[in-house]
Ligand binder design. Structure first.
Ligand code: FDA
Length: 409
């Protein structure tokens, strides 16, 4: 039987970080992943440039049933720790938006940093390997039924993977959430949690585009590819970011951000003119200055011609401004500042960047990530009920939780 101090399941962001962190402490480490490549999401991330951290990381950029859980790890492993590592490997980066750091070349560079760190730390990464059984007793004592997994002690764990048995003292589950199954995502971490009697909080897709009801889809689908700077609000949270109209619905950072706070059946409110504090005053001014001009022309001062025309047509704003009463102008201003739409849903895990919910953090130490009731078992990364906003926060969580667990195993 093969034997390691630590087995990490999942060669993604959190798992690779944990493996290097543990390896440098002299632990023998094996990382197992069922995919044919490590870190597929890292490669896909940030439009191929990986938004690998956010310098403004604070706990209030994370969603969790326990908002305090992420504090310790984020404090102990800060964005600057990761930046220092990236720079040590000679990887250049750019701050595309305030705090959001991206590679200046390709996300491959970030994956290479992690794989090199694993190599230097002596951690072995084994791909195309599915783990079918986890048990704390040595195979051969009839303890591989799953039901016996509750009988735990200091004996460590025995895994069955591709017909082989692997024994380890510490087992770290870093297999992520459900988003993008084609990149290897699946419910493995939740099944392991359930096997050991832990609670898994309901999951749903986060940072995901909205789909539209037929009436909204009808006028918006024709604008596919058009974007606008908006302020979107749902579930009590608002984000001023670009919105992108697609042939399926509404996307872009503004929509992805609010999707994590939106509940099915709720409306999303869009302020089409976040930079204009008083559109009514502006409309009245325009009516005075150019009475014969139409609303559409006025809208062209803020939007592309296509979008201005579609807004005017959809809301029935035709005719010259001089024909509009103060009340009618107030109505236009109110629609532009607070357009409400009820999504028909989201695109789901197929395109979601993250999974909200997951393993209940109450069961896990926020310092070591060890399961309180199961010595030697650890959960890190997206599998836990901790989800960051858009902008590099999710990777920072993966690095921080991975590093902290690596220091503890
Ligand atoms: P992650 O998903 O990275 O890794 C899990 C690993 O476990 C995978 O390698 C998987 O194959 C493996 N695995 C799963 N089931 C298994 C099983 N049964 N057996 C063995 N192995 C198994 N975040 C950010 O901060 N900045 C960004 O730019 C982006 N961009 C982005 C783009 C896209 C398209 C997506 C989908 C996501 C992002 N994210 C992001 C989110 C970010 O990718 C995500 O939060 C982290 O990758 C989570 O890290 P984990 O290590 O927890 O899971």
């Amino acid at each position: 039987m093969q034997q390691y101090d630590v087995v990490v399941i999942g060669a993604g962001a959190a798992g690779l970080m944990c493996a290097a962190s543990a390896g440098y402490r002299g632990r023998s480490v094996l990382v197992l992943d069922h995919a044919n490549k490590a870190g597929k999401k890292i490669l896909m991330s940030g439009g191929g440039r990986c938004n690998f951290t956010n310098l403004n990381t604070t706990p209030d950029h994370f969603v969790s049933a326990n908002p305090h859980f992420c504090k310790s790890a984020l404090h102990r492993y800060s964005p600057w720790h990761f930046v220092e590592m990236v720079e040590r490997h000679g990887v250049g980066h750019v701050e595309k938006a305030p705090g959001q750091l991206f590679c200046d070349t390709s996300s491959k560079a970030i994956l290479q940093v992690l794989l090199t760190e694993c190599e230097w730390a002596g951690a072995e990464v084994r791909l195309k390997t599915s783990v079918t059984h986890i048990n704390n007793r040595p195979v051969g004592e009839g303890a591989d039924s799953g039901a016996s997994s509750q009988a735990l002690g200091d004996d460590g764990f025995v895994l069955r993977a591709e017909g082989e048995s692997i024994r380890c003292d510490k087992l770290v589950i870093a297999s992520g959430g459900l988003s993008i199954p084609t990149l290897g995502a699946g419910p493995f971490a939740y099944r392991v949690a359930e096997q050991f009697g832990l609670r898994v909080l309901p999951t749903r897709a986060g940072l995901v585009p909205f789909t539209l009801q037929p009436a909204d889809k009808e006028w918006l689908a024709a604008l596919s590819g058009v974007s606008a700077e908006v302020r979107a609000e749902a579930g009590g949270r608002a984000f001023a970011e670009p919105m992108l109209i697609t042939h399926r619905g509404l996307s872009g950072p503004a929509m992805l951000q609010v999707s994590s706070f939106w509940s099915p059946g709720e409306a999303v409110t869009v302020d089409w003119l976040p930079a204009l504090a008083d559109p009514l005053a502006a409309l009245r001014e325009a009516r005075k200055a150019q009475p014969a001009a139409g609303v559409e022309k006025w809208l062209r001062g803020f939007f592309s011609q296509r979008l201005a025309a579609a807004l005017a047509e959809h809301f029935g704003w035709s005719g010259p401004l001089q024909h509009y009463s103060n009340e009618a102008l107030a109505e236009i201003a109110s629609v532009l500042k607070g357009w409400r739409f009820k999504p028909s849903g989201t695109e789901g895990y197929r395109t979601a960047e993250v999974t909200l919910g997951g393993i209940d953090t109450d069961a896990v130490s926020s310092k070591t990530f060890e399961v309180k009731s199961v010595p030697g078992l650890y959960f890190i990364g997206e599998a836990l009920d901790v989800t960051g906003e858009l902008g590099g926060f999710n990777f920072q969580w993966a690095w921080a939780s991975g590093w902290c667990a690596g220091q503890a195993v």
